[in-house]
Design a protein around this ligand. Structure first.
Ligand SMILES: Nc1ncnc2c1ncn2[C@@H]1O[C@H](COP(=O)(O)OP(=O)(O)OP(=O)(O)O)[C@@H](O)[C@H]1O
Ligand SMILES: [Mg+2]
Length: 503
């Protein structure tokens, strides 16, 4: 392992009403993969933005190769060899891989105003190939999966010969296979002597990938430990400041009537002939690999898109929903996977966002009941432990995980009977996950119907009463909690290639 490439010393960063970082120190070394973990709002993304020159610290020092420096903007940091792959990918889908890689640093032919595509294509293929991606550089970026698009972003860092590469929650929208590919690439970069900073809420990933892990809490440094000396319990303890003994607090409930019945639902190119029932008082899981058609199916049920054929019954009555508005009227709540685009108005306050789905109930005649709205928002902030100085903060100013909690809070307030949660715990910390599970528990205890789409098998097995497995748009199996097939192996098998036949 090489020397310290970049060091942060006693960094402080304040936003109005919030100290995002205080006394925070971190060293990134050549050839080392450094994991960074902490609860939502702990200050991880802010730390990254200090490293990449997006924010300037109020106090503290940044040293690159032992020399004190300051970054006046992202270009400064980049010039010093630091690159970052943000969670929201910055890829132009209509352009080729080579175009995307060389964006902003196009190479021209010698003595000519024309771009040297022969060179750029060759170089781009070389770079992608060192990352295990043997694809033509002329292919359009949009035709690639999320994993490969992310590789293009990492490829940009490789092209710049960056000494430090930062990845902020890179696996949150990747499937198993893509994650494995990504880890291979990260390890290749490590072998080349690159210093890596890897942020993730998935504990298993840190153990699999990292050499050393830093935990932060409330903007401060708690510990930096070689991963071989770390345990999962200790990591959680450092993160939340206490031990959590039950990560999946499932409660016993009684299965009630069928709330939702789906028969032969099909939408060309998305899902085919899917039939299932979802009961009140039950958490029904949807497992499968990313791209198995689960989200598309849920969007079809919620009428965000209209299925080509098939039937939907709610409480035994056939319905033909034509819009999400009608779905909400029929008491369906849909917590979308893509919260940024579909779930949250970033330019509005937490309070406003939380009242959006049930504004009718919050009215007294023509007037909205201001007190009630406030009370409801405060209850959610408390319950979901949303880290914010007040309910009047703009949602866009919250940390990623806290934004997701606002969306959950918003739907928690709806008076729905059928709740569809699509990847509800993606990007949120362990403590908050338990809070989300408790919300689900309360719903099923109140005899409501809960459907959870999740790519995290432990959470599916830990919380669901029954699981449907999908693959390539088809339902491939169904298992109930007391079946011998209610385990990781059987479900994975159905998700990858086989089927589970129990009925
Ligand atoms: N631009 C901003 N304006 C105001 N407050 C901000 C801004 N950016 C971050 N904060 C606040 O700083 C704190 C740290 O946020 P940060 O995004 O760094 O957390 P995080 O550790 O990345 O969390 P997550 O796991 O949820 O992504 C939070 O309380 C957040 O609300
Ligand atoms: Mg963050």
């Amino acid at each position: 392992m090489g020397g310290v490439f970049v060091e942060l010393k006693d960094i402080r960063k304040e936003f109005p009403g919030v100290v995002a970082l205080d006394n925070m120190s971190l060293q990134l070394k050549a050839g080392e993969i450094h994991g960074l973990i902490g609860e939502n709002g702990a200050g991880k993304s802010t730390l990254i933005k200090i490293l990449t020159g997006v924010y300037q610290p109020d106090k503290g020092e940044i040293c690159v190769k032992g020399e004190k420096t300051s970054f006046h903007g992202p270009a400064d940091s980049k010039a010093k060899g630091i690159s970052c792959v943000y969670q929201e990918l910055n890829i132009v889908k209509e352009l080729s891989i080579a175009d995307n890689l060389f964006m902003g640093s196009y190479v021209k032919r010698k003595g000519s105003p024309l771009l040297d595509y022969a060179y750029m294509n060759k170089k781009a293929e070389e770079i992608m190939s060192t990352m295990g991606q043997d694809i033509s550089a002329k292919e359009l970026a949009g035709s690639l999966g999320m994993g490969q698009q992310q590789m293009i972003e990492i490829g940009r860092a490789v092209l710049l010969e960056s000494d430090v590469i930062i990845l902020d929650e890179p696996t949150s929208s990747l499937g198993e296979k893509e994650t494995t590919e990504l880890f291979k690439t990260i390890n290749i970069l490590k072998e080349k002597g690159v210093a890596i900073l890897f942020v993730s809420h998935k504990l298993e990933e840190l153990f699999e990938l990292c050499d050393v892990v830093t935990v932060m809490r409330d903007g401060e440094h708690i510990s930096t430990t070689p991963i071989k000396d770390m345990t999962k319990d200790l990591l959680i303890n450092h993160m939340v400041g206490r031990t959590l003994d039950n990560l999946y607090p499932k409660v016993e409930t009684k299965r009630g009537e069928i709330a939702l019945e789906v028969k032969g639902l099909t939408r060309e190119g998305e899902y085919y002939n899917v039939s299932f029932e979802a009961y009140r008082g039950e958490i029904l899981g949807f497992a499968g690999l990313v791209g198995a058609g689960r989200t598309e199916l849920m969007r079809g049920i919620f009428a965000a898109t209209i299925p080509d054929s098939g039937e939907i019954k709610i409480d035994g009555k056939a319905v033909r929903l034509r819009s999400p508005k009608e779905a909400i009227k029929n008491k369906i709540a849909f917590l979308t996977e893509d919260r940024k685009q579909q779930g949250l108005v970033l330019t509005e306050t937490i309070e406003k966002n939380m009242s959006l789905v049930n504004i009718d109930r919050l009215k007294n005649g023509l007037f909205v009941n201001v007190e009630k709205i406030k009370e409801q928002a405060e209850r959610c902030v408390e319950k979901l432990q949303i880290r914010t100085p007040s309910i009047h903060k703009l949602s866009g100013e919250l940390s990623g995980g806290n934004q997701q909690k606002v969306v959950i809070g918003k739907w928690m307030n709806s008076d729905a009977e059928i709740y569809i949660f699509d990847e509800p715990t993606r990007g949120i910390d362990v403590g908050a996950k338990i809070e989300v599970y408790n919300v689900m528990n309360e719903l099923v205890k109140a005899n409501k119907c809960v459907i959870m789409v999740s790519s995290e098998l432990p959470e599916i097995l830990g919380m669901c009463d029954r699981v449907i497995v999908m693959r390539e748009g088809y339902k491939r199996g169904e298992v109930t909690i007391n079946s011998t097939n209610f385990n990781q192996e059987s479900i994975m098998k159905a998700a990858w290639g086989g089927t589970i036949n129990e009925r």
